[in-house]
Design a protein around this ligand. Structure first.
Ligand SMILES: [Zn+2]
Length: 536
């Protein structure tokens, strides 16, 4: 009797300690996230189906709040429409109020899929030439605006329809012009005006997809739409480069698009959004790191339901270990100017056969500065065929070459320019041959002359294998990220003597060993898939 009671008391104590320990840890990340929300806010989305399946009871809401707190999520987006399904008002309002009472910021979301008349193209996308479809999207936003003061539009706000009605309405316009004008008009008349009429506080966020090369082709127009909407967000889901279904993306893409749209949107740019599809723990957290490194003020983990299944739980477990480091990284980069090689992509520019070449060039240890405009005062520049969009390209290039600015141009662009350009002593031609991913096959030796020439005006030299990215942030931060599955060595040399010290390493189990003598930082080892930040 005595013995069993002592045993059960002992068991109870162990159970208590277990919960206390996990409780303390959860509270710590939650408290840390609340303290850091001005620097980096972490959000998740409850899709309309999540609202139905997981937030329609208090028990479900309790579990969701607990998961968020353990993950450092302080902002809940609660979605009212997706895939033709409208979540019910009582469930939406109850969940909204419960999250607010628990100390969360709460916003709404709409995913415009299966809205009405189907597009002839992408499945689930609508024909917005169609009047009843326009009316339906208006109702969807009036409904959301009656419950939420901020509404995100997930990245299906486009059209690729070529039906007879669209052909007729297009008239003599190109598809690009027709779709951009149509989506602008429908945005204004069917989303922004009606939503504001229902709720004059409401702010609408346009979230751009990650597929930036095709924005204009499907009616996403980053200059006019960004000006029109209250806020913008950015899709940064690069996933696993080796994944058959979802892959073929370079991890640097998340950084490139976040910086590019961050520059276009300025204060309007809210954050980056990524998902667990086709990822494993390493590539999942790489998305988070690239998003934060690109100065996102917030990161959204899409979405609660998806993160509870398949690779989600393991991904989230790893992410939780990196959250404190990500807060540090966000503080380092916030509003810091970049140093490096200008990499302008003019808005609405065509990629031809150099799709996403910026992302692959960023993997070569060339510290790119994503931008929307070609500027002649750059210290060094990278120009692919996209540059042809700028009507002043020839004059700008002439000015840069006259100033001895090193310019890396792709072979695709070289073919379109006067032959004398490629022969200029300041120009290097990068062989892409219509296959940007082939750049990842360049050897360390092949990369050396490219890096040496482009980094010379910055007073630095960098040597590392392929798939090691370099970021020069402000006057005192260097970030190197090794995307390889093996450990690497690297050197970074400055023209001036520097004293460098370690500021951050992710993952928490990663390591970076280096020596720093006068102006040379010699990394004797950076572990696989590791980000290291140094201050100097
Ligand atoms: Zn149509």
């Amino acid at each position: 009797m005595m013995k069993s009671s002592r045993l059960s008391r002992c068991a109870a104590a162990i159970v208590f300690l277990f919960f206390a320990a996990s409780g303390v840890r959860a509270q710590t990340l939650w408290e840390l996230a609340k303290q850091n929300r001005q620097t980096l806010r972490i959000a998740t989305l409850f899709s309309a189906q999540d609202v139905r399946d997981r937030l329609s009871s208090d028990k479900g809401i309790d579990e969701a709040i607990d998961w968020c707190q353990k993950t450092g999520v302080t902002h809940a987006f609660i979605e009212s429409f997706r895939d033709g399904y409208t979540a019910q008002r009582p469930a939406l309002e109850h969940a909204r109020d419960r999250f607010r009472e628990a100390g969360f910021e709460v916003s709404g979301c709409v995913t415009p899929t299966k809205v009405g008349k189907d597009s002839t193209g992408w499945q689930g996308i609508a024909c917005y030439t169609d009047e009843p479809t326009q009316k339906h999207i208006q109702e969807i936003f009036e409904y959301a605006a009656s419950m939420f003061d901020e509404i995100m539009i997930d990245d299906f706000w486009f059209t690729d329809c070529q039906c007879e009605a669209c052909k007729k309405a297009r008239g003599d316009k190109s598809w690009v012009d027709y779709r951009c004008d149509l989506m602008m008009r429908v945005s204004r008349e069917r989303i922004l005006q009606p939503a504001r009429a229902v709720n004059k506080q409401v702010k609408i966020i346009l979230k751009y997809p990650q597929w930036y090369e095709d924005f204009h082709n499907r009616g996403y127009e980053v200059v006019r739409e960004t000006a029109e909407f209250d806020r913008i967000w950015v899709g940064t889901e690069t996933r696993d480069p080796d994944n058959e279904r979802w892959g073929k993306k370079a991890q640097f893409e998340a950084y490139f698009i976040m910086r590019w749209l961050g520059g276009i949107g300025g204060a309007k740019c809210g954050g980056g959004w990524f998902d667990p599809f086709g990822t494993h723990e390493d590539t999942y957290v790489e998305q988070a790191r690239q998003t934060v490194l690109a100065d996102a003020k917030e990161m959204l983990l899409f979405c609660y339901g998806a993160l509870l299944r398949d690779t989600g739980p393991a991904n989230v477990e790893r992410l939780r270990t990196e959250v404190p480091g990500l807060f540090k990284l966000a503080a380092m980069v916030r509003n810091q100017p970049l140093k490096g090689i200008a990499a302008p992509k003019p808005p609405n520019s065509d990629a031809f056969d150099e799709q996403y070449v910026y992302d692959f060039v960023g993997m070569l240890g060339l510290p790119l500065i994503p931008a929307a405009e070609i500027r002649t005062d750059a210290k060094a520049a990278f120009l692919p065929v996209h540059a042809l969009k700028d009507p002043q390209l020839a004059d700008k290039l002439k000015a840069m070459l006259a100033a001895n600015t090193p310019v890396l141009i792709t072979d695709g662009l070289a073919k379109k320019l006067h032959a004398s350009v490629a022969e200029d002593k300041s120009v290097l031609v990068l062989k892409v041959a219509g296959k940007p991913s082939s750049l990842l096959n360049l050897t360390r030796e092949q990369l050396k002359p490219i890096r040496d020439k482009l980094l010379a005006p910055l007073g630095i030299r960098f040597d590392a294998p392929n798939k090691v990215a370099l970021y020069l942030i402000g006057d005192h931060w260097i970030v190197v990220e090794n995307f390889n599955n093996g450990a690497i060595t690297a050197t970074l040399e400055f023209a001036q003597p520097v004293q460098a010290s370690k500021a951050l390493i992710l993952p928490i189990t990663g390591a970076a060993e280096f020596t720093c003598q006068s102006g040379k930082i010699d990394f004797t080892k950076i572990t696989p898939r590791t980000l290291v930040a140094l201050t100097y």
